[in-house]
Write a protein that binds this ligand. Structure first.
Ligand code: CU
Length: 126
């Protein structure tokens, strides 16, 4: 009876585990950027490289957006403009490095809406 039960449990465990094909996908790193007049507040100063979820939360009174570019890189990641009390979400993948963040609307960047984010290599699981 005990053996039978163990067999049933083992079967159930097999049934629910996904097929193993190497390492499971890494969960995305998360960053929240709060926009105010005229500054960004980052939920953290660094995230690990790879899949990333970046949320822009506009707690200001004006429209704000978010641009990211790796120092030395050419690609600009863009999060569309958000209205006050709106949120925007960007799903992307980031390489390790230093990223500059800025608001591209009007003169917001020069008035203080810029920040820096460090993307650090993902620790090896081996
Ligand atoms: Cu802005």
């Amino acid at each position: 009876m005990r053996l039978l039960l163990a067999g049933v449990l083992a079967g159930a465990a097999l049934a629910v585990s996904p097929p193993s094909r190497g390492l499971p996908p890494a969960p995305p790193a998360r960053l929240q950027v709060t926009a105010l007049e005229f500054e960004y507040r980052l939920s953290r100063q660094s995230i690990v490289a790879g899949p990333a979820l970046i949320e822009l939360v506009n707690l200001g009174e004006d429209e704000h957006d978010l641009r990211l570019r790796r120092v030395g890189g050419t690609r600009t990641y863009a999060l569309r403009g958000t209205q006050p009390d709106e949120r925007g979400l960007l799903r992307t993948r980031l390489l390790p490095g230093r990223f500059r963040l800025w608001c591209s609307l009007a003169d917001h960047a020069s008035r203080g809406m810029r920040a820096e984010l460090r993307v650090v290599p993902r620790p090896s699981t081996a």
